[in-house]
Write a protein that binds this ligand. Sequence first.
Ligand SMILES: [Zn+2]
Length: 458
Amino acid sequence: MPISETEVIRSRRVVLPDGERPADVLVRDGKIARIAPHGTLPADGHRVTDLGDTALLPGLVDTHVHVNEPGRTEWEGFATATRAAAAGGVTTIVDMPLNSVPPTTTPAGLEAKRKTADGQAWVDLGFWGGAVPDNLADLEPLHRAGVFGFKSFLAPSGVDEFPHLDAAGLEAALAEQARLGALAIIHAEDPAVLAAAPQQPGVHYRDFLASRPADAETAAVARLLDAARRTGARVHVLHVSSAAVLPLLRQARADGVQVTAETCPHYLTLAAERIPDGGTAFKCCPPIRDEANRDALWEALAAGEFIAVVSDHSPSTPDLKLLPEHGGSGDFAAAWGGIASLQLGLPAVWTEARRRGRTLAEVVGWMSSGPARLVGLDGRKGAVAVGHDADLVAFDPDADFAVHAAELHHRNPVTPYAGRTLTGAVRTTWLRGRVVDPGGEPFGVQLTRPSNPSEEIQ
Ligand SMILES: [Zn+2]
């Protein structure tokens, strides 16, 4: 047995499940062993780290990250993505099944991911599977291998090796996932609505926005909810950008459909009116919409209608973004759709949350405990609570900093936040009680979906 390692972390602002208060947190062997009133735990033998007024939060859980490795490692890889995560206070990520080659749609694809990630994870990580046409038989072995659920698209995904499901395919995939007790996570845009929308290429953001109308989201969500009603599947709507889908979600919940939804920092902090011509760093699908929509998303967030705020970190190389500052055309229609900013989610959301009078405890609910609950890791991650992994973040909620893309840890220096000043700085990140050093050795572990008796395969 190794010698028991203990540390007391003391802060006047510890964000606990029931709110923020001064406290001492005793960490032993990677777990939170005790929480006591501030200044009361004796130093006897323990290292004491006094954070003063710097807040202590549970590490963030980001269930929507595209690592892209293997296969598109020049876009992003496990080492760079997980260093960015750690630097941004994220201690657990769940990797999306597409943009890597192979995609995570077969047990062999999952194995390729696991082998590649081994030894290069600075934070803990798990994997989503994918439900695509023709892989129905792969869902059960992937589920048994521990993926956290299955992602599907209702419209083209942007990469050929991960096709979208048509109506019959969605029905079949959801029926199988209902049988398995798996969580279906869905990119909800409707291909018919997209096809009917005006397609005007060029550098003007309003033309791109018109090509991905809010109706595409509402039509797809309506279709998804109908299929969820019929099949009994548990469904999660990824990256809600349009507040127009919220009444549909409320009605479905009232009808007993098991549906949750997430939104992302960029939908909560950026707005279409402010996106410059050629600003393709801001391109993502579904798109960033107008300021009135953003206000409506905040109202829903405050009302508890989103279980999670997660990055949808989906980077590519600068040339595929067609960035004018890298000599690209700035054409929104042709640029890769995806926002790269895993490291900035917490300060971006905190900056806007504070302006709107929301609390740090609420932000922790949206970015740590909520996503942990979504993937069933809430017994272990997402809270400063006794028995949980000591995944912790020292966060200075009053520090301002300017964003420089080249200083971020993700692979390619692209971010829509470049040049902005954000409030809230991550000072230290602990993973299972150890300080994470992006320049040091990685010690993240791979996670599998916790087994849940209510998820027994029927
Ligand atoms: Zn995504």
